[in-house]
Write a protein that binds this ligand. Sequence first.
Ligand SMILES: [Zn+2]
Length: 442
Amino acid sequence: MRDFASFPSLLRFPSFLTALLALSAAAPATGTEAAAPRSHKGESVVRLQLPSAPEARQSRAAELLVLVEASNSSLSFWEGTDVHATASGLPAITAFCSHHDVGCTPLIPDVQALLDQQRAARSGDGVRDLRAFHDSFHTFDEIHAWLEGVATRNPQLASLVQIGSSYEGRPLLVLHIAPPNRGGDSPSDALRPRLWLQSLLHAREWLTGAISLWLIEHIISQYGTDAAVTALVDSIDLYIMPVANPDGYAYSHTNNFNARFWRKSRSPNAGSRCVGTDLNRNFDHQWSTIGTSSSKCSDIYHGSAPASEVEVQAIQAFVMAGGSSWKVFMDSHAYSQMWFVPWGYTGTLPVDHEEQLRVARLGRDALTAVHGTQFELGTGFSTIYPTSGTADDWSYGVAGIVHSACTETRDTGRYGENALIQIASYTSLVSVHLHPCLCPPG
Ligand SMILES: [Zn+2]
């Protein structure tokens, strides 16, 4: 009864990072016609290895944050402790490493060369099947239309919910998947357990949105066929929000200055030329206490107040309205192959830490079984660096969802193989491993 095609073309996808860079050249220009893409000549990405001892790690992380903040955009964070440096910014980061006993490894020595390489590879790919939706990244409008089509073609299983509007007026869309005859509006639905999965809270992490779309398609197409998928849908409602930051995502498809690496929302900041708030520092939990920035130009600007951003307000309100029915809250980011459990804001472990780690280990093992990848597990605070106001800290600390997690998807940053194949792991992870662990008998 499902009308989806199969997706062998996914297996041809390059790694996340190379895909990200390649697509920056090939991305459709939405709303801008003439502007030339920014040249990234002379730019590089460096991976820093902070000390493992907690106090030293926190101290170095704080100093690194100050350095990046003061760099006037010559330095910026990618994921984790990977720092994107312009030619003028590179000496500063190199000096930081040597003066602070911090490992400093070139990850991408020449960003523009990689872009050029990937552009050439794409232009030579004459056999690429552009009709296959999942074979390329898509604009927000394309994703919106696709989600509407999914809901229209599968009314017994899927419905599209708008939980609000972005600052620029784009719909905040959540696809609700529930078994036939449980379309989502009956009072008993409130009693059913729910799983939340969001992606693209950070605009530039295109792969996370692609994973969500593929996951939707896989679940819809395999319901009634695949036993694990069927069992999952029959016993837990899935709420998947592929584009949590539609304005930022739409901007990342333009040719505006540095747009492909845009991370934040697009709301203006009073008294500043700089636009946007880091939505994953804006949630109303320990807001602005650590690992964020009050600088409006910063990539990790926490906003003017807790949940100042309408996108965050909408997610918070929708999740809170679901009460204790939520069993899982997952926030999908890219890249690094890491799985964070709360907390990000403190090194003190929560009372549910062992249970959270238990399930995280199952997820890691499911991924390893499929691809041999090793996701690093731990709290965000101890694994990378302190953060506050994050979605997963909020969902645990305020919404009370024990199984709250932030995943940093495959790969580790360079030359990974077929990154998108990982989504098959996500499917098995969610359907086979997470679900039986989370739903208590009865
Ligand atoms: Zn992110």
